[in-house]
Design a protein around this ligand. Structure first.
Ligand SMILES: NC(=O)c1ccc[n+]([C@@H]2O[C@H](COP(=O)([O-])OP(=O)(O)OC[C@H]3O[C@@H](n4cnc5c(N)ncnc54)[C@H](O)[C@@H]3O)[C@@H](O)[C@H]2O)c1
Length: 301
């Protein structure tokens, strides 16, 4: 039997593009998109509903699960209990179904696993002491990848930048919102300081990384398989503004940091992705200017 895919959280920033890419690779009929939110192209599935996941996996003869349902950092810190339930209990429900039906599983991690004690260029192996509940849920996810007896793989996505769907309540949302504000108003009020530097990645690179890691034979993946560091491009909010001004010279930005500054300050500036590069050939294609150019092309078309 061929590959049959379940995507959870499919209506989010990543799911919107990953479902398209998976449908292109495996055929639209082989990709079952689900989300807790209602939509025409998506089945209703709450990842808190263990029975619902099981019956869908069984009924649709699923062989691979891309588990994207989660609460992100900014939303999660407002409701830490719900964040834990959705991100950890939800993942455990998905793992149980994957185990019972021998499915391979992709479950993303995040740069939020790193805490204030991490070096400014985050190594693959370093103590993980995240400052947020969201980050803690991602550390648990990585541990489950190593202990659950399922072929489960993850990537520590940096902040993802895309134009097809809005960002979903994370700390790096400013790097997406800024493009919409630049085009609509010519001005953006940024919720982190101008010198705030974070690891980021254009969505095309993130989708390609996701497809690539799932194509690697299991025996090639080492102890980082629950959450590989992958670097895209790393820049400050001020550098992003300067790159946008290449397209819109009159664009202005002011900086009014809020609570998300604290989360940003607890994360590294950049990522060391040597392990992903050597184990499965990871390499990003988009630097800051290429990403900004692609965003404007996408938003204007
Ligand atoms: N976008 C980023 O910059 C980024 C960075 C690092 C890691 N990640 C991780 O990637 C994954 C997907 O992120 P995203 O940016 O697409 O998030 P998003 O918030 O845009 O989308 C998440 C989706 O999950 C759905 N959802 C929430 N609760 C659910 C539930 N109980 N059952 C089913 N669906 C539910 C939401 O409706 C939403 O459509 C998450 O695990 C996130 O932690 C994202």
């Amino acid at each position: 039997m061929g590959t049959r895919i379940l995507v959870t959280g499919a209506l989010g920033q990543i799911g919107t593009e990953l479902v398209e890419a998976l449908a292109e690779k495996y055929g639209l009929g082989n990709v079952i998109a689900t989300d807790v939110r209602e939509s025409d192209n998506c089945r209703s599935l709450d990842v808190m509903d263990a029975e619902g996941i099981l019956s869908l996996v069984e009924g649709e003869e699923i062989t691979e699960i891309y588990h994207l349902a989660a609460l992100l950092s900014a939303t999660g810190e407002k409701n830490p209990e719900l964040c834990w339930k959705v991100n950890v209990d939800g993942l455990e429900n998905v793992i149980a179904a994957a185990k019972q039906h021998d499915c391979r599983l992709f479950a993303p991690s995040s740069i939020a696993v790193f805490g204030p004690d991490c070096p400014s260029i985050a190594p693959q192996v370093t103590p993980l002491n995240p400052a947020t509940v969201y980050g803690k849920t991602k550390v648990v996810g990585e541990q489950l990848a190593m202990t659950s007896d399922v072929d489960m793989r993850g990537l520590r996505y940096p902040g993802l930048i895309s134009y097809k769907a809005p960002a979903g309540g994370g700390t790096t949302d400013y790097a997406v919102e800024i493009f919409h504000a630049a085009l609509a108003e010519g001005h953006y009020t940024c919720f982190v300081r101008e010198d705030t530097q974070l690891p980021m990645m254009y969505m095309d690179d993130a989708i390609r990384a996701t497809l690539e890691i799932m194509d690697v034979p299991a025996e090639k993946l080492g102890n980082a398989r629950g959450g590989y560091n992958i670097a895209g491009c790393s820049f400050t909010a001020g550098e992003l503004v300067a790159s946008i001004q290449r397209h819109l010279p009159d664009f202005t930005c002011s900086y009014v940091p809020d609570i998300r500054q604290k989360y940003a300050d607890s994360w590294p500036d950049d990522i060391d992705d040597d392990v992903a590069r050597s184990e499965w050939g990871w390499a990003p294609k988009y630097d800051l200017d290429a990403m900004v150019d692609a965003m404007f092309t996408g938003l204007r078309s």
